[in-house]
Ligand binder design. Structure first.
Ligand code: B12
Length: 210
């Protein structure tokens, strides 16, 4: 589809303004938020990742592509998060200490919000102690922790250790994700769940609170 192609290309070519206009056009044509997400935004960002890996793109290009992606996500968010959804649980989310990647975490939050979860987003570079403080204060059902770096994923088990130290490990489910994370890793560190993407994360979160 032409409009999806336009959005995808604008992300790859690091043109936030064009990406935004193309997303507005796609919405006006009646494409759904999910079609735009799966057919343009995620494939566009995947290609940017490939170009970065191959040394074609550097951090500045990736940052502008991320800005384009975020602007498009802002436009589709109201459609993913329809009003009047019954609250089914509370989530505290964040990207783990040392890690500044937030696109995936934001997407997971957006989808969970759409499914009826109340979201408290702690942002990026969140220390294990901060997750625990938030868990004590807000009493969420689930902690959603994201990591995109093989180095920062190693900080994830520290959250679980800190929860145990605080005596509240059994009060909250820990859901982890991000590109380098796996089901095996989740089991290894004693997390309650892992999902490869935001749609699967919603299914799992629903199961965890049911
Ligand atoms: C965008 C990006 C950046 C941007 C981030 C902007 C932002 N606001 O997020 C910037 C430019 C800042 C950046 C910086 C760096 N990056 Co970078 N970055 C990427 C890139 C291209 C895309 C990531 C992304 O947003 N993908 C799109 C989203 C939608 O996908 P996602 O994050 O995977 O999320 C999905 C799932 O994983 C899952 N998910 C995510 N979180 C969670 C959480 C839970 C609980 C669940 C259930 C699911 C879930 O659901 C999401 C939706 O389906 C990746 C390459 C790639 N293909 O992944 C590299 C990548 C992650 N970066 C990399 C690197 C090396 C860096 C830098 C170290 C580069 C440098 N030399 O400075 C720095 C580190 C900065 C830091 N301290 O964090 C490497 C990591 C290598 C590794 N194995 O550790 C990658 C893989 C690129 C590569 N191949 O080399 N980066």
């Amino acid at each position: 589809m032409e409009s999806l192609e336009k959005i995808r290309n604008a992300i790859i070519e690091t043109m936030p303004a064009e990406a935004k206009v193309a997303t507005e056009e796609a919405l006006a044509e009646g494409l759904s938020a999910k079609e735009i997400l799966d057919g343009a935004l995620i494939p566009g960002m995947d290609e940017v990742g490939k170009l970065f890996r191959e040394g074609e793109y550097f951090v500045p290009e990736v940052l502008v592509a991320a800005k384009a992606m975020n602007q498009c996500m802002d436009l589709i968010e109201p459609l993913l998060v329809s009003g009047g959804v019954k609250k089914i649980g509370k989530v505290v989310a964040g990207t783990i200490e040392g890690d500044l990647h937030d696109i995936g975490k934001n997407l997971v939050c957006m989808m969970l919000k759409g499914a009826g979860f109340e979201i408290i987003d702690l942002g990026v570079d969140v220390k294990p102690e901060e997750f625990v403080e938030a868990a004590k204060g807000a009493k969420p059902d689930i902690l959603v922790i994201s990591a995109l770096l093989t180095t920062t994923m190693l900080n994830m088990p520290r959250v679980i250790e800190e929860l145990k130290k605080a005596g509240i490990r059994d009060n909250v489910k820990v859901l982890i994700g991000g590109a380098p994370v796996s089901q095996t890793y989740a089991e290894e560190i004693g997390a309650d769940g892992y999902s490869p993407d935001s749609s699967a994360a919603v299914e799992l979160a629903r199961r965890l609170v049911s």
